[in-house]
Every structure is written in structure tokens, then in C-alpha cells.
Design a protein around this ligand. Structure first.
Ligand SMILES: [Mg+2]
Length: 200
């Protein structure tokens, strides 16, 4: 689960996707390799994802990867005087137990946002080799630029593009979906149930 940027709704889409898949009888697990957050921001991503899968938040994101300051994880680690984050260690910490039908990994920020001192989502995906990538994007103004740049960075992994907060009554949202799918041939999804059928 990657995003064109921060706050596009990766966690929301991921949690609803997991709930939809569990509703279809699949055993699901979620992992957040590292999370940073400001004080009083409400539940963390790990807590939201844990509620969706029925896991413990510290299983979703190990406690030593919680950074209590709203900066990219490596910057937060530096600001908090914590050890440097190595991308290979983040990848090794992602451990799905046997019997899981679908394991979801939510990265941090956008695809080129630093998640470690020596890597970003593109690097993490190269290490993990996911079966599918979901690129979450906003549905509104500016999304074509953000999607195309992010999609190119994700190559050769083929991503499903999820336009979040899509409103079928909004002419701009409809035009953006058509532009991305028809001009650029991207697989664009706007509905969580449809996404569940796609990644399953
Ligand atoms: Mg998130």
C-alpha cells in the first residue's frame, strides 16, 4: 500500500480493504514498517490497521519503530536521538505468519519519501517483492501529475491506482479517472469492494 503523498488515505483504504477481505473469509495481516506521528493526532496507523485485522498494534508495527514526532521516520529518529534506520532491517522485520491469505504492508508518505536513512518505498518494495501494489491517490486536482510520477517510480511493479474520496458526481474526479485509465492505460479503482476483488 503506497501513496502519492502523505495524508492521501493509505491507512483508511488499507483498513477498509482488510475488512472487506476478512468479510470474504480471508485471513489477513497488516504491517507498518515504521510510523511517525505527532502527539494527540489520534490513533496511529498501526492501531487503525490492527483494529482492521484483529492483531496487536505492536505486531503491526514493532514498538521500536514508533517515532513520536511528525517527520519522515529517519528524520524523526534523528530528532529523537534514536538509532539510524536501515531499509534492509525494516524489510527483515516484516514477518507474516503461516496461514495468512493476504499480508498488507503500508509504507510511509509518498513513494520517494524517506522511510529509512538509506531507502524509500521504492527500495523497500524492491526488497519485499510484493505480489501487488496499490497506489493510493487523491481523486481531485493535481492527481494526474502525482499518479504518473509515482507510478513511474514504482516500475517495474505494476500498481493498481486507487483514487480515494472519489465522487462519481464530481466531473473532475470522473475526468481524472478517465484520463489515467484511457490515455495512460492504468488500472484505476475507486471502490474498496472492487479493490478487494482485484487484489484477491
Ligand atoms: Mg497512513
Amino acid at each position: 500500500m503506497a501513496g502519492t503523498g502523505t495524508e492521501v488515505g493509505k491507512t483508511w483504504v488499507g483498513a477498509h480493504l482488510l475488512e472487506a477481505l476478512r468479510g470474504r473469509g480471508l485471513k489477513c495481516a497488516a504491517r507498518k514498517p515504521a510510523q511517525s506521528f505527532g502527539p494527540g493526532e489520534g490513533p496511529t496507523d498501526a492501531e487503525v490497521l490492527a483494529a482492521a485485522t484483529g492483531e496487536e498494534a505492536e505486531t503491526v508495527c514493532p514498538r521500536h519503530r514508533w517515532y513520536e514526532i511528525a517527520m519522515a521516520p529517519p528524520m524523526a529518529a534523528d530528532a529523537l536521538g534514536r538509532p539510524k534506520i536501515e531499509i534492509s532491517k525494516l524489510a527483515r522485520e516484516i514477518d507474516f505468519r503461516d496461514g495468512v491469505d493476504l499480508g498488507l504492508v503500508e509504507t510511509a508518505g509518498g513513494v520517494r519519501s524517506p522511510i529509512a536513512h538509506d531507502g524509500d518505498t521504492v527500495d523497500l518494495m524492491a526488497l519485499l517483492g510484493p505480489d501487488a501494489v496499490v497506489l493510493v491517490a487523491d481523486a481531485g486536482l493535481g492527481t494526474i501529475n502525482a499518479v504518473l510520477l509515482s507510478y513511474a517510480a514504482l516500475a517495474p511493479a505494476r500498481a493498481h491506482v486507487f483514487l480515494n474520496r472519489f465522487d462519481a458526481g464530481d466531473a473532475l474526479h470522473v475526468a481524472n479517472r478517465m484520463w489515467l485509465s484511457e490515455r495512460f492505460g492504468l488500472h484505476v479503482v475507486t471502490d474498496v469492494e472492487q479493490l478487494a476483488g482485484t487484489v484477491r
